[in-house]
Design a protein around this ligand. Structure first.
Ligand code: 5GP
Ligand code: MG
Ligand code: MG
Length: 183
């Protein structure tokens, strides 16, 4: 079959699957050390974080559980407003738990900032954040992110869970889309 390969829609590959896995292995080692003797509750933010959750959790040697939230941020188009609606809440009561939020990407950090204050009000024993990618603007935001995969330029990227209009999440590498995709 002469199938079109979605990876040909990328103009630039920022990180290959191997580079992502290599970095996750480093972060997992650090997380295992930091959480020694404590069970971790990984909280993934749907849908973008599914790939990071799957790979990070398997790179860990610690006991961990997984739970998921789905949120939608109100706002005009591509601009995040920071006003967030919970579409699916956690199944787990996080009070007294060591929560590690697993994120795909932080841009303005507004979504995360809402999420963190919401989760804090539930009184977890600890609350930290891990993100695979972080854009420059996120650093001006108040939320402290303990574990960062890669700091990336301020460009719109897809792949490894990140979508454009619902597509490209299943690309194994991460990169920028060719202009023809947008037109
Ligand atoms: P923030 O509230 O930090 O501005 O927005 C975070 C959310 O915006 C991410 O969870 C993701 O859904 C989306 N987002 C931000 N930057 C990108 C990007 O470069 N590519 C994709 N596909 N989504 C992004
Ligand atoms: Mg996200
Ligand atoms: Mg998206």
């Amino acid at each position: 079959m002469d199938a079109a390969d979605i990876s040909s829609d990328l103009t630039t590959v920022l990180y290959t699957e191997e580079q992502v896995h290599q970095r996750l292995a480093e972060l997992a080692t650090q997380i295992d050390e930091d959480y020694a003797g404590r069970d971790i509750l990984l909280v993934g933010v749907l849908t973008g974080a599914v790939m990071v959750m799957a790979d990070l959790s398997r790179a860990l040697r610690s006991h961990c559980e997984m739970d998921w939230m789905a949120i939608s941020s109100y706002g005009s188009g591509t601009q995040s407003s920071g006003v967030v609606r919970i579409l699916k809440d956690l199944n787990t009561d996080i009070a007294g738990r060591h929560v590690l939020v697993v994120e795909d990407i932080i841009d303005t950090g507004l979504t995360l900032s809402y999420l963190v204050s919401n989760l804090r009000s539930r009184e977890p024993a600890s609350l930290e954040i891990m993100t695979m990618f972080r854009k420059p603007e996120a650093q001006s935001n108040q939320v402290e992110v303990k574990y960062v995969g890669f700091d990336i330029p301020n460009e719109f990227v897809v792949g490894y869970g990140l979508d454009y209009d619902g597509r490209y999440r299943n690309l194994t590498s991460v990169g920028t889309l060719a202009p023809h995709v947008y037109s």
